[in-house]
Every structure is written in structure tokens, then in C-alpha cells.
Design a protein around this ligand. Structure first.
Ligand code: NZQ
Ligand code: ZN
Length: 389
């Protein structure tokens, strides 16, 4: 088991009646607030009006930057950062899903630097400072509300890159499950697949780790399997939305990865799909994950699948480990493609064979992708792609 340091410096306001703290939280950082949001869902849901009213009550000065795209673009980050510099913004308020929050993170960093924000993503420049960020989460999925990562796309180069810096942790995040009542069935499903994938990426790791964290991860996965269908059937079910929301934060805030190496498999591969095809992150993960699991199943790895199958899906523990493992992949596929109703193949979402070699080569950075179930070379990733057709 590895040593680890654990620190999550994000203050979370969870629940229906926490909104009254917003003004006070923002005021800690100054007077000028830049409200950042996406394509307008917050106007349709009425959240925008509530936010503006809290900002006015706290006597703060409001600026706005809207139009952040799903799979946010570097150009939006550039423009937002420019606005922060011109108006001497004190604090960024990101209201939305992962895309809005991620874009806000890199605007916050670029506002304190002279370089182009893409340099941070390409690791040509470190994030030395960032303006403070407060978030109001409206979609349970990425965990960006409680982590230090941001994922930004560059359509010119067909790159989608993950960046990370402790400076990018939000100072505070407001998690009110009722703000997710209006999330469409499709985005609810993709969000659930993303949460599930964050846990699976960490759980399927053959190093020795902490038993208590395995149990915690199994609980998180059971929670998603139990409540995602409830949220789909009954979008205003508070218990379901609350469980998904808190699971999204805890699936990626660093807690579950203590004690093991941080190896990601389907995420780096999925980011290459999104970079070229601009598909929804959770959908790409749902298609890839069961195929990756199938590809990596062997005598060395079967014990983890057995543990997963018996504990998360309640498969009969007296069956042969290999039988349990195969059944667990079947049940996971059923969850993604039947229960959540997501498309199950590349063909259905328009991903073409002609791009396989290029995407696979980029996913392993021309060498090897160290996955929790074993190293993957370009040819392995191409074979996984073939299984997704
Ligand atoms: O833009 P608006 O109009 O707000 O609509 C959004 C968007 O169209 C809509 N939506 C959000 N909240 C809603 C709502 N519609 C109705 N009611 C609401 N309450 O949903 C659509 C998708 O939003 P988006 O923010 O793109 O989704 P998500 O939260 O899944 O974020 C995806 C992005 O995060 C990255 C992904 O790669 C992708 O770019 N990730 C970020 C991570 C991180 N920071 O740690 C980790 C993840 O693995 C992931 O890579
Ligand atoms: Zn993800």
C-alpha cells in the first residue's frame, strides 16, 4: 500500500436551504463577481434570477460571461480571462456542470498570468496563482465542484487535455440537488455513467490498497446503480438527485484513490473520442468501459472482477470466478445500455474506424497507457476500439 496525502480545501454547502450563504461566501474575496455559465439552462430554470438577487443583496458588482460549451473550448477560456483582467474581477462564480466549472478554473488561472491558457494544459507553464472560484453545481457528473482538475478542448488541434493544480480547487461549492431536477434524461444518464467510471477507474487496480476504500467505492457504485434509474423515472426525486450529487463529488475528490497509484484508463481514451467527435463524455465512457474490462480480464485480474460482481451486483459468490467476472461485465453493460438507455456502439454515435490508429496513439502518448489492469499499448487500444464498433 502506498503512502498518500489527502487534502480537499473545498467548503461544501449541501442542500435546499444553503443559498443564503452565497453572498457572504463571495464577499470574502472582494466586490467584483464574474458570473460564468453555459448555454442558458440557468435562465430557463430560474436559477439565474436567484443568483443575481443574492449578489445584489450582498451589494456586490456583477459581471457576466456566458456561452460555455459542453466540452469547453480554449477560446472561451481566453475570452473569459481577458474579461477578468480588463475588469479587475475579484472572484469567479461558475454556475453549471463540469464544462462551466472547468472553463472557470482555467480562466481563473489565466487571469493571473501572462501566458496563453493553453500553455497550462500543454504543461508548458505551471499554474502559479488563480483567482478564487465559487461554484453552484447544476449537473451531477464530473466532480469538478470538489476537485482540482479542468478539461479543456482545442478544436483547432483536435486536442482535449486534462490539467490539474491545487490552485484550481473551488473555495466553496453549493450543491443543491433541486438544481439538478431539470437535467435531461440523457444528461442524467451520461452523468451517472461518468460517476460510475470515476469509481471503476480507481477500483480496478491490481495493487494492494485499503479494504475500507474498496468498501466505500462499492457503496458509491451501488448508490449510482440504485438511484440513477429513480432519477430517470422521477426527475424531481430529492433522495435520488441528492445521492447522485454527493456521489459525483466523492467519486473524484481524491478520497477513494488513497493508497494506490492513480492510473486512469478509459478517461484518457475517451478524451480522444471527444476531441475529434465532440461526443458527451459520459456516453463515450459507457461505450468504452465494458469493452476495456472484457479486454483486460484474465487469470491475473479476475479476482477484482469477482469482488466487483459479487459485492456491487450481488452475483452468486459460489460461482466460478471467471463466470462471475463475465456476468459482472454483462450486468454493467445492461446498466449503461438498458437501464440508462445509452447508445452502446461507436457505429451508433458515428465514430469511424479511420480515426482508430490516431486516437489510440494519442491516448497512450505514443508509448504505453498505464492502466489499473495492466499497461495498454496502441495496438491494445485499437483492439478495444474494434470491440466498440
Ligand atoms: O450549457 P447549459 O445551457 O447550462 O446546458 C448544459 C449542457 O448542455 C446542460 N445542463 C447542465 N445543468 C443543467 C442542464 N440542463 C438542464 N438543467 C440543468 N440543471 O447539460 C449539458 C452538459 O453540461 P456539461 O457541463 O458539459 O456536462 P458535465 O457536467 O458532464 O461536464 C462535462 C465536461 O467535464 C469534463 C468532461 O470531459 C467534459 O468536458 N470532465 C471534467 C472533470 C473534472 N473537472 O474533474 C472530470 C471528468 O472526468 C470529465 O472529463
Ligand atoms: Zn469523467
Amino acid at each position: 500500500m502506498r503512502d498518500f496525502i489527502y487534502e480537499i480545501p473545498v467548503k461544501v454547502y449541501f442542500g435546499r436551504e444553503q443559498f443564503g450563504h452565497l453572498g457572504q461566501e463571495l464577499s470574502r474575496h472582494g466586490k467584483k463577481v464574474l458570473l460564468i455559465y453555459g448555454g442558458g439552462s440557468i435562465k430557463r430554470t430560474g436559477l439565474y434570477d436567484k443568483v443575481v438577487s443574492e449578489i445584489e443583496k450582498a451589494d456586490l458588482k456583477l459581471y457576466e460571461y456566458s456561452g460555455i460549451e459542453p466540452n469547453p473550448r480554449i477560446d472561451s477560456v481566453r475570452k473569459g480571462a481577458q474579461l477578468c483582467k480588463e475588469e479587475h474581477i475579484d472572484v469567479l462564480l461558475a454556475v453549471g456542470g463540469g464544462s462551466t466549472i472547468d472553463a472557470a478554473k482555467y480562466m481563473a488561472a489565466a487571469a493571473c498570468a501572462d501566458c496563453d491558457p493553453w500553455d497550462f494544459l500543454e504543461k508548458k507553464a505551471p499554474v502559479k496563482e488563480a483567482l478564487p472560484i465559487v461554484t453552484i453545481l447544476t449537473l451531477a457528473a464530473t466532480g469538478s465542484e470538489m476537485d482540482a482538475c479542468g478539461v479543456i478542448s482545442n478544436p483547432e488541434t483536435h486536442d482535449k487535455i486534462v490539467g490539474m493544480s491545487p490552485k484550481l480547487f473551488p473555495k466553496a461549492s453549493f450543491l443543491d440537488p433541486t438544481n439538478t431536477y431539470t437535467v435531461s434524461a440523457y444528461q442524467t444518464a451520461c452523468g451517472a455513467a461518468d460517476i460510475m467510471s470515476h469509481v471503476i477507474e480507481t477500483y480496478f487496480n491490481m495493487e494492494d490498497g485499503l479494504y475500507m476504500l474498496d468498501c466505500f467505492m462499492e457503496g458509491l457504485m451501488q448508490t449510482v446503480v440504485k438511484f440513477a434509474p429513480v432519477a430517470l423515472r422521477d426527475p424531481e426525486n430529492y433522495e435520488a438527485r441528492a445521492n447522485l450529487m454527493w456521489a459525483s463529488s466523492w467519486a473524484i475528490n481524491g478520497f477513494i484513490s488513497g493508497g494506490r497509484s492513480h492510473l486512469w484508463s478509459c478517461h484518457p481514451i475517451e478524451h480522444e473520442l471527444s476531441a475529434i467527435y465532440d461526443i458527451t463524455h459520459g456516453l463515450g465512457l459507457a461505450i468504452l468501459t465494458p469493452r476495456w474490462m472484457e479486454y483486460c480480464l484474465n487469470e491475473r485480474t479476475v479476482s477484482k472482477y469477482y469482488q466487483f460482481g459479487t459485492r456491487v451486483f450481488g452475483i452468486d459468490a459460489s460461482l466460478e470466478p471467471m463466470t462471475v467476472a463475465r456476468k459482472s461485465i454483462e450486468l454493467l453493460s445492461e446498466f449503461f445500455f438498458k437501464t440508462l438507455g445509452l447508445k452502446s456502439t461507436f457505429t451508433e454515435v458515428g465514430i469511424q474506424k479511420k480515426d482508430f490508429a490516431h486516437m489510440a496513439q494519442k491516448a497512450c502518448e505514443g508509448d504505453v497507457l498505464q492502466s489499473g489492469l495492466g499497461p495498454l499499448k496502441q495496438e491494445d487500444i485499437e483492439k478495444i476500439f474494434e470491440m466498440c464498433l
